[in-house]
Design a protein around this ligand. Structure first.
Ligand code: R5P
Length: 306
């Protein structure tokens, strides 16, 4: 089925691209990714893409400005050689948290990124767990928005927690938490979080809505960035009587002091997916990474044109 198809990888998450290629039984396409002396990115596609279904897998993770340039330039290079189709596989959509104007004078960056991706005439985009589903509407091309929920749900089940309860760390994440709670047929608790617009990556938890005493809390979030949400959230849950705290999240953005924040927090397990490659130095004992390769491969198979 993947005959006449080629999957290329940008530099952001080659391990995941390899895993997806393995699932599809294809070799990764050949691309020479170099830079000119002045720093400009110079991708050179080395396979013949004419008449083929082509895919570029690139997570818009840190440094996202470089990764998005790679993606659109690789897309342009492929488009100019007349493929049958060209699809952007973006396991993690950077800038998705900038989906609205919080203050006058700010951009709606997620929309700009969507328009930028369209410049290279991708036919479709495949992405995982957008921070806000409405971002699909920023694109004019079709977006296949897939979920890592099933992968995360299975990893929670494998822990065999005695009295599990799903926790949304903020009001914005209630739908995500409800979906997991529904999937696992367990109760849900919601935390109220405040963010400071003038202090990046800082948050504080206020109240816990629901019954947490004696429960094994499972916080689900889309992103772990600084780990501040998890550090504050897990401490509040333990103070409120939770017996244990597990954290599951789709995207391991893992910025700044994340390792200190997570290892210093009262959490027993941290489970993330591989939509972003976690560098060795950010690994710690309680961290487990589960793969989205199968769900991405399934989504890719749906787009193959005969
Ligand atoms: C916020 O709305 C997101 O869903 C995450 O809770 C947030 O991005 C996590 O960031 P941090 O780890 O820096 O607290």
């Amino acid at each position: 089925m993947m005959k006449d198809s080629l999957l290329f990888s940008g530099s952001s998450n080659i391990p995941l691209a390899r895993r997806v290629a393995d699932k599809l039984h294809v070799a990764l396409g050949r691309v020479d990714l170099t830079r000119f002396a002045d720093g400009e990115i110079r991708p050179w596609i080395q396979d013949d893409v004419r008449g083929k279904n082509t895919y570029v897998l690139q997570s818009l993770s840190n440094p996202m400005d470089e990764h998005i340039m790679e993606l659109v330039l690789m897309g342009d290079a492929i488009r100019r050689s007349a493929p049958k189709s060209l699809i952007a596989v973006i396991p993690y959509m950077g800038y998705a948290r900038q989906d609205k104007q919080h203050r006058t004078g700010e951009p709606i960056s997620a929309r700009v990124i969507a328009k930028f991706i369209e410049i290279s005439k991708f036919n479709e985009v495949i992405t995982v767990d957008l921070h806000n589903e409405a971002i699909v509407g920023f694109f004019q091309i079709p977006v296949i928005h897939i979920s890592a929920l099933e992968v995360l749900a299975r990893s929670v089940q494998s822990l065999s927690l005695k009295h599990p309860v799903i926790v949304s760390p903020d009001v914005g994440g209630v739908k995500r938490a409800r979906n997991l709670a529904y999937r696992l047929d367990i109760q849900m608790v919601v935390m109220e979080k405040k963010r400071y617009l003038d202090r990046h990556d800082e948050s504080e938890h206020y109240q816990i809505i629901g019954d947490i005493k004696g429960k094994d809390a499972v916080i689900i979030d889309d992103i772990i960035s600084s780990g501040g949400t998890i550090a504050h959230g897990s401490s509040s849950l333990v103070r409120a009587g939770a017996s244990s705290v597990t954290v599951v999240a789709s995207h391991a953005v893992f910025s700044g002091l994340v390792k200190d924040n997570l290892t210093g927090a009262p959490v027993t397990n941290v489970i993330v997916t591989d939509t972003i490659a976690v560098p060795k130095e950010k690994y710690f004992d309680r961290l487990r990474v589960v793969s989205t390769a199968s769900v991405l491969a399934d989504a890719i198979l749906k787009t193959v044109r005969q």
